[in-house]
Design a protein around this ligand. Structure first.
Ligand code: HEC
Ligand code: HEC
Length: 317
């Protein structure tokens, strides 16, 4: 009996924990089914790179594979290697990020430091039950202030890029959760419904942590135009995003659409409580799931913002 009520309590806690975004489960794909292991000694190469990495090296979170060292300035140590997880392993040495984490290029130094500290303190949590954020928390807890500052300065100095192609669709290739995003199985199709489904255009490239990776984000038909209206003009309850992010959508334009949905969900559910979160919690408070989808579809399809546009926005009184 004791045990049974304990289990009930646990089940209730899990329900509460899962409740904020149950309807947005699709934005938090899990690790997926185990695939056939690749031999640890297998050597991988990428076109235009003189580097080669073994499967074992690509599996080692403490060392980031730097495929194209000529494409970025000299990276500080914590970006390339770190005892728990090198920033560049997940966010790539280029800082372009991957669908399941975040782009860091061009973000203000202070914002990067604040977010990492918020992951470490528990102030910023994921709105879903996905594991990638747990990895970020582990990395954040292990990095020293000096290492973090050097990494933040490095990422802040790079121009943001867009890597997702946003495509409106009603049916999509069958999407299978894999490594916290989706792999597309072109042998079958499924309805998209009210979801954004994002994954690499070439799954093998994703496995190799190729910084040239492109993703495709399928969004519902009509969502980009609806998102444009909402983002630029707002409604009686939702302020226009341009009020603060400017017409260039600094900080968010061209970001991974599924990342945008995860963050809006976090602000709405108050699982994202970092020091600067209050204005966004107010913005997200009345957003419906469909409005989040429309906003993410439109903003994700915008060109990436630039560091100069961010600097100008921050200089506004
Ligand atoms: C093992 C993977 C992993 C490692 C290593 C890692 N991160 Fe992250 N990081 C993530 C994930 C996943 C997210 C998105 C989490 C979320 O929003 O819930 C994230 C988010 C962030 C964000 C928030 C970005 C935004 O736009 O708000 C910052 C900043 C960040 N990481 C910086 C770093 C720095 C600096 C390092 C190295 C000290 C690092 N990360 C190491 C996985 C990682
Ligand atoms: C009142 C000003 C304000 C308005 C209006 C606003 N934002 Fe924000 N937004 C911010 C601030 C400030 C941040 C940084 C939050 C933080 O530090 O946690 C932010 C951050 C975000 C982020 C997270 C970025 C990241 O890298 O993790 C997203 C996504 C976002 N906003 C989307 C929107 C959308 C969509 C709208 C319109 C519906 C909007 N914002 C309207 C001020 C605003």
């Amino acid at each position: 009996m004791q045990k049974r009520s304990g289990l009930l309590v646990l089940a209730a806690i899990m329900l509460i924990a899962a409740a904020p975004v149950a309807s947005l489960d699709w934005a938090f794909p899990g690790p997926g089914a185990q695939t056939a292991p690749i031999p640890a000694a297998r050597i991988h190469r990428l076109p235009g790179s003189a580097k080669r990495f073994t499967e074992a090296a690509l599996d080692d979170m403490t060392h980031a594979p730097d495929w194209y060292p000529d494409e970025h300035p000299r990276a500080p140590r914590a970006v390339l290697r770190h005892k728990v997880g090198a920033c560049g392993y997940c966010h790539l040495v280029s800082g372009a990020g991957r669908t399941e984490n975040a782009q860091l290029r061009g973000l203000p130094v202070r914002y990067i430091e604040e977010q990492v500290q918020a992951f470490a303190s528990g102030a910023r949590r994921s709105a879903g039950s996905d594991n990638p954020t747990a990895y970020m928390v582990a990395a954040a807890s292990a990095v020293s202030p000096a290492e973090l500052h050097a990494a933040a300065v490095y990422f802040a100095g790079l121009e943001p890029v867009r890597h997702a192609s946003v495509v409106e669709a009603t049916t999509i290739p069958r999407a299978v959760p894999a490594d916290f995003l989706y792999r597309f199985d072109t042998g079958a199709r499924e309805p998209l419904g009210h979801r954004i489904i994002e994954g690499p255009t070439v799954a093998a490239q994703h496995h190799l942590r190729d910084p040239h990776e492109r993703t495709i984000a399928y969004v519902p038909a009509g969502s980009i135009a609806r998102g444009a209206r909402l983002a630029n003009h707002g409604t009686a309850t939702v302020p226009a995003c341009t009020t603060c992010h400017t017409t260039h959508f600094v900080g968010i334009g061209g970001a991974s659409p599924s990342y945008i949905v995860r963050q809006l969900a976090g602000f709405r559910a108050h699982t994202r409580n970092d020091p600067g979160a209050a204005p966004m919690q107010a913005v997200a408070a009345t957003l419906s799931d469909d409005q989040m989808i429309d906003l993410a579809a439109y903003i994700g399809s915008r060109p990436a913002w630039t560091r100069a546009q961010m600097a100008a926005a921050l200089a506004q009184p």
